[in-house]
Design a protein around this ligand. Structure first.
Ligand code: HEC
Ligand code: HEC
Ligand code: HEC
Ligand code: HEC
Ligand code: HEC
Length: 222
């Protein structure tokens, strides 16, 4: 049977029904309740099966994000490290540490470690890491200074408003591609480099879509 609507209209029409049903007066209350539930989860690390520290592994030891989140520049999901990835070092280093018992038992049993999810968008939103990373948006713009913290935590509320604010002005968050994984990178202010000027240039060099394309509903709700 011929498809009358593009599949994405489905999601969108459902979304607009929700928006209409809630009505404008409900928006204020909604935003309040929302900030109470989702907002409250910010800056609070979740209990994890192993007290893994980004500060030690990334900040002190200098391990690249892609060693553990190996699909972050290749596809939608960043990917989580397998037990085997940890064991490349921990079969030798700290191999008797009680903190690593859960790691060794996962290695023996073959059962993957269940890391608690810190970031989790609703299913009706489409997100893709590689698109952002390949165009010069750094992890730090969305996840903060992961390399300075022990456990990862949510540093942004991940609301639609947050996505749109950057999609309207991507120049504020674009850097040369080679610095995407360097969370400490800043424009060289001593040489008079400013983020806005650099960003404007990079919009062209990195071929970034324009704001009206980037705020079109169907790119995130497809
Ligand atoms: C040695 C392995 C390793 C390296 C290197 C590493 N990570 Fe992680 N990452 C983990 C593990 C394990 C977790 C799960 C524990 C946690 O959430 O803190 C995690 C979780 C995260 C999360 C939260 C995931 C979620 O559930 O939403 C983010 C964001 C993150 N890492 C970003 C980074 C960034 C950015 C870098 C590079 C600057 C990096 N990681 C480097 C192992 C690593
Ligand atoms: C490239 C080598 C390497 C890899 C890969 C690695 N570690 Fe480590 N890990 C270390 C070193 C070195 C230390 C010693 C701590 C330090 O840097 O002071 C350590 C320490 C730890 C500790 C002790 C607490 C702390 O942070 O000081 C835990 C727990 C740990 N690692 C868990 C993990 C887990 C889980 C993974 C896989 C997601 C992992 N490590 C992957 C090198 C590694
Ligand atoms: C434009 C914002 C943005 C950038 C840039 C970004 N992330 Fe994420 N990250 C997110 C969002 C949003 C989620 C939640 C995705 C979901 O729930 O589907 C997420 C989730 C994750 C997760 C959990 C696993 C997953 O894929 O859902 C890890 C790990 C992670 N990011 C690591 C990184 C690393 C490493 C970088 C830099 C190389 C990075 N992120 C860059 C926004 C971003
Ligand atoms: C810090 C800036 C920033 C944030 C925050 C951000 N984005 Fe983006 N996003 C970009 C840039 C820049 C591009 C353009 C890439 C290009 O032109 O190819 C993009 C592109 C995209 C695309 C691809 C469009 C396409 O058709 O290729 C999707 C989908 C997307 N973003 C979803 C999201 C979602 C969902 C969120 C919030 C959870 C988000 N983004 C947050 C900067 C950001
Ligand atoms: C850059 C990505 C992006 C674009 C563009 C975008 N949205 Fe969203 N939208 C999101 C995210 C992320 C959420 C989930 C936010 C949350 O959980 O608060 C969302 C949630 C929604 C919701 C659910 C209600 C709510 O606020 O939680 C509706 C309705 C919606 N969007 C409609 C739209 C419409 C209509 C457009 C076009 C004018 C649009 N969106 C464009 C990312 C986007």
């Amino acid at each position: 049977m011929a498809q009358i609507f593009h599949p994405s209209t489905n999601v969108l029409s459902k979304l607009s029904i929700v928006a209409v049903a809630l009505g404008v007066p409900a928006l204020g209350t909604g935003a309040y309740l929302f900030s109470q539930t989702y907002g409250a989860e910010m800056y609070i690390p979740k209990p994890q099966p192993i007290p893994f520290s980004h500060r030690h592994h990334v900040g002190d030891d200098g391990i690249d994000c892609r060693f553990c989140h190996s699909s972050v520049d290749k596809g939608p999901f960043a990917g989580m490290p397998s037990t085997h990835t940890c064991m490349t070092c921990h079969s030798q280093i700290w191999s008797d540490s009680p903190e690593l018992e859960a790691l060794r038992s996962s290695f023996r049993s073959g059962k993957p470690i269940q890391w608690a999810r810190v970031h989790d968008l609703p299913d009706f939103v489409y997100f893709d890491h590689s698109i952002h990373v390949k165009k010069g948006v750094s992890c730090v713009s969305c996840h903060g200074r992961v390399d300075e913290r022990p456990l990862a935590m949510k540093e942004q509320d991940l609301t639609m408003g947050w996505c749109i604010r950057c999609h309207r002005h991507p120049e504020k968050n674009i850097r040369p591609k080679e610095y995407v994984f360097n969370l400490a990178w800043k424009p060289n202010e001593e040489k008079g480099e400013t983020q806005n000027e650099l960003g404007e240039k990079l919009l062209e060099t990195n071929k970034i879509m324009n704001a009206s394309q980037l705020t079109n509903c169907s790119i995130c709700h497809r």
